[in-house]
Design a protein around this ligand. Structure first.
Ligand code: 6R9
Length: 652
């Protein structure tokens, strides 16, 4: 953002107070902000006591060697003990931890007592394979209970895990196995997607032929589909049901240092090789546990929590595995897609299990908007009491739709901003405290210091835009990039002094609330004005004919960049109707002003997305500028780009 701060175009006046009943019984009240403001480190030290430590920490933060933080450094604990065993010891062994719903309709409910024996057996199996504390284990599995069990088994024996999305290619897997120097890969014969079994093991076999993966000694294979005639490497491959099932269901967890590595998770980034984000034990578990308790107001005796993310995304790590299980939650784990076998599948699951808290991504909400209001209306969603959003800015219209059609126009919507790097939520309303604003993540959570700065690192006044930064270390922060401390410093800590640079554009509104405006790399420069992709997209989505939009700035001789919009229309709208694109352009100009009026609007059937549902604008920019496409390996479905390119008229 070189020329001018991000233009502050969007005005949103709608407000929603917390429901009185929820506010009266809320886990966390406004007092938490005061406590944290008065003594930030004392506040986090108190939150660390949510956990069970073998050695209680006496130190909170060691920031003597910035940006390398140590939290609770003299404490010792075991993460799996905290997520499983202690609940059983506290008499909660019969509580369901996971209601698993397989894509083909198979189900399995696992209690905390059962989870304890499953995790213990898997831990014993890994030990038999020679895995020791500190060894890395790659996990390449579909969304099945064994994914959660494997993660906890690794944590239990102090072996950092590295999850790779089940949909990633052999190449992506090989790069990640190599970078982490993994010793074991846990995978499955295959998984189910849209009613069909698809193989997974062949990608592992292929990945392990690549240079740099030689240190993988064993491949542990879960039988999920049973349909594949799979290749087998004797001496390396071993079936889960052979090895794990014969293990003892007793395993005594060992306590590890608070700074012992818990996992590595790769983020793709736009260029260069993926970054292995390293998270450690005590601070990570403290903040995931606290934020899950605070932001979802979790009442573990009565709530049924459902986070729809894949465990291969950080959201699955923090809000399927570590946050919820450390809080003894009962949750749903669903293997499949939202529209298989029908577009009401999610709502059917909410009804079936009486889900009370739903956490999902804007991409899923916009898809549901597109399919139509009548679909969720067929199901009983009255159990829901809190709705969460994560992954991208949620357009105000999608927020309103979510609240109205899923939340009976009554449930709070919490828009939670965070990153793989932050490990846990950082900016979010609190459902019993905050008067919410559609489209804004609003306020840093208690104990978190976030603000918006200009090019010089000066905090911007209310009503202006700039860069989102975090000005104090936080417990679940990444500790480094695996094997590359310098890249850690360069990427996050060099742009501004002593300040974490998140890479997101943001603005503060007149009340000082924070609005996320998209990745800084995506910000458009139009006639000397920096314009946020998010605001133009939200303006398009506020038109009744549009379900989803992605805008990019394409090089333009007159205006530096010209706004080019790709839109998905709501069901039943005719894409070829005369005057449609003109109507949408005029709508944006009316909402945001003439400067933000798109030069081109192009209806498309699909948008290119990552596996976690984020729109890949850089590919759309390639299309808009008639360039060959860049790296498409993290795309869910690369045929989407062919469809878009085929529709594109020659540039005007
Ligand atoms: C948790 C997760 C991080 C990036 C982040 C930002 C975007 C996430 C958001 C949001 C606006 C929100 N993002 N949550 N933008 N509002 N509530 O998504 O991690 O996959 O590492 O992505 O996602 O751009 O910088 P990750």
């Amino acid at each position: 953002m070189s020329n001018e701060s991000l233009a502050n175009l969007l005005k949103e006046e709608r407000r929603f107070a917390p429901p009185a009943g929820l506010a009266a019984r809320a886990n966390v009240t406004a007092e938490a902000y005061e406590q944290a403001a008065a003594d930030r480190l004392g506040f986090w030290a108190a939150q660390a006591r949510r956990l069970s430590w073998e050695t209680e920490p006496t130190e909170t933060l060691d920031w003597s060697n910035p940006p390398f933080a140590k939290w609770f450094a003299d404490g010792k604990l075991n993460v799996a003990y905290n997520c499983v065993d202690r609940h059983v010891e506290n008499g909660l062994g019969d509580r369901v931890a996971l209601h698993f719903e397989g894509e083909p309709g198979d189900t399995r409910s696992i209690t905390y007592a059962e989870l304890q024996s499953e995790v213990s057996k898997a831990a014993n199996a890994l030990i038999e394979l020679g895995v020791r504390a500190g060894d890395r284990v790659a996990i390449y599995l579909p969304m099945i209970p064994e994914a959660v069990i494997s993660m906890l088994a690794c944590a239990r024996i102090g072996a950092p895990h590295s999850l790779v999305f089940g949909g990633f290619s052999a190449d992506a897997l090989a790069t990640r196995v190599h970078d982490a120097d993994a010793r074991v890969v846990i995978t499955a014969d295959g998984g189910y997607r849209r009613g069909k079994a698809s193989a997974l093991k062949p990608a592992v076999d292929e990945a392990l032929t690549r240079p740099g993966t030689e240190n993988v000694r064993s491949v542990l294979v879960v039988r999920r589909t049973g349909q594949e005639d799979i290749a087998w490497t004797e001496g390396r491959d071993v079936w889960w049901h052979d090895l794990v099932e014969r293990q003892s269901d007793r395993h005594t967890p060992e306590a590890f240092d608070a700074e012992h590595p818990l996992f590595i998770l790769y983020t793709s980034g736009t260029t260069g090789k993926p970054k292995g984000i390293l998270h450690t034990t005590g601070g990570y578990l403290t903040q995931t546990s606290y934020t899950h308790h605070a932001v979802f107001d979790l009442k573990p005796e009565t709530d049924v929590f459902w986070c729809t993310a894949d465990v291969g995304w950080v959201t699955g790590h923090s809000y399927i595995v570590y946050g919820p299980l450390s809080n003894a939650a009962t949750q749903v784990l669903y293997e499949g897609t939202p529209d298989s076998p029908h577009q009401g599948r999610w709502w059917e699951i909410v009804q079936k299990y009486g889900v009370t808290i739903l956490y999902t991504a804007p991409t899923a909400i916009r898809a549901a908007m597109k399919w139509g209001d009548d679909i969720p209306a067929k199901f009983d969603l009255s159990s829901l009491r809190i709705l969460g959003s994560v992954g991208e800015p949620i357009n105000p219209e999608a927020w309103i739709w979510y609240r109205k059609h899923i939340g009976a126009d009554a449930t709070p919507v919490v828009d939670t901003w965070w990153q793989t790097e932050t490990g846990a939520m950082m900016i979010s309303p609190l459902p019993g405290v905050t008067e919410t604003k559609p489209g804004s993540a609003q306020v840093p959570l208690p104990g978190i210091a976030a603000t918006v700065v200009d090019d010089h690192g000066e905090e911007v006044p209310d009503g202006s835009g700039g860069y989102l930064v975090l000005t104090e270390p936080w417990p679940s922060m990444l500790r480094t990039i695996w094997g590359d401390d310098q890249r850690y410093i360069d990427t996050y800590w060099s742009r501004f002094e002593n300040t974490y640079f998140a890479g997101d554009g943001a603005k503060k509104d007149e009340d000082g609330d924070i609005w996320l405006l998209g990745r800084v790399d995506d910000v458009m420069l139009v006639s000397g004005h920096n314009i946020s992709t998010t605001e133009v997209e939200s303006a398009l989505v506020s038109h009744p004919k549009v379900a989803e939009a992605a805008v990019v700035g394409a090089t333009d001789p007159q205006t530096t960049q010209a706004i080019c919009a790709f839109v998905i229309l709501r069901s039943g709208v005719d894409a070829d109707a005369e005057g449609l694109t003109e109507e949408l352009r005029a709508h944006v100009a009316k909402q945001l002003g003439p400067i933000a009026k798109p030069k081109r609007v192009l209806p498309v059937a699909e948008l290119p997305k990552t596996r976690s549902g984020k729109i890949m604008r850089r590919l759309l920019r390639d299309v808009a500028e008639n360039r060959a496409l860049g790296d498409v390996t993290t795309l869910t479905d690369s045929s989407v780009m062919d469809l878009i390119q085929a529709k594109l008229p020659a540039a005007p």
